[in-house]
Unconditional design. Structure first.
Length: 219
């Protein structure tokens, strides 16, 4: 499922993923609080489509100026609306952005250092980037928990929340590529000790160079 078994004198790379409203951002923040370098591909996705970049130019060439705001920046919400229900458009978007984001990810990883790194990749399954990681950590929860969080956090309707979930990889697909799992069905307070345990586990793996050890599933 993962890329390497032995260290090659670089930090161990852990791909962090999970469905929408699973708690990925919270888990990433807790790792960052423990001094772990965290690289978020959502941030990199903004970098590669900033005004004046080849990425934004290619998107405008593909989807037209309708995806731009009056100030010339990308209308991300508008672009999502275009590709949300159109598989062909979504694939064209991914073909443009994924190589650019991956290049930024490699550069950021090389500069970040650390014994191990957390690479936050929400669409890790869909982009098939698990082979680029040494391990995959999935933040998991029941779909009903995701729906409840989307309704309370984003004001989504039940139907709208289910449409979002249907547009993503399934829980089963994410767990199928997971080396490690953190179950998030509680509060932030519940997550703190779980992330601390996973941090210790990863530091031991990074020190040993045995990146492909048996997985850890918490709780």
């Amino acid at each position: 499922m993962t890329a390497t078994g032995m260290s090659t004198h670089r930090p161990m790379r852990v791909g962090l993923t999970g469905g929408i409203a699973s708690g990925k951002s919270l888990v990433a923040r807790l790792f960052r609080g423990l001094g772990v370098p965290v690289i978020d591909t959502d941030d990199l996705a903004r970098v590669v489509v900033a005004p004046g970049t080849p990425g934004l130019e290619r998107l405008v060439g593909e989807f037209g100026v309708r995806i731009l705001k009056p100030d010339g920046t990308l209308d991300r919400a508008g672009l999502r609306t275009i590709v949300f229900s159109d598989t062909a458009s979504r694939r064209r978007l991914e073909e443009i952005l994924h190589p650019l984001i991956l290049a930024e990810l490699e550069a950021a990883s090389s500069a970040a250092g650390g014994a191990y790194q957390i690479h936050v990749i929400p669409l890790l399954v869909e982009s098939r980037l698990e082979k680029k990681m040494d391990r995959v950590l999935v933040v998991d929860c029941a779909e009903e928990s995701q729906i409840s969080r989307l309704k309370s956090r984003d004001g989504e309707t039940e139907a709208g929340a289910r449409r979002i979930l249907d547009s993503q990889a399934t829980r089963k697909e994410r767990l199928a590529i997971a080396d490690d799992v953190i179950l998030n069905e509680g509060s932030e307070k519940d997550l703190v000790p779980l992330v601390a345990l996973m941090d210790g586990f990863y530091r031991d793996l990074a020190a040993s160079g045995q990146f492909s050890a048996p997985g850890l599933r918490l709780p």
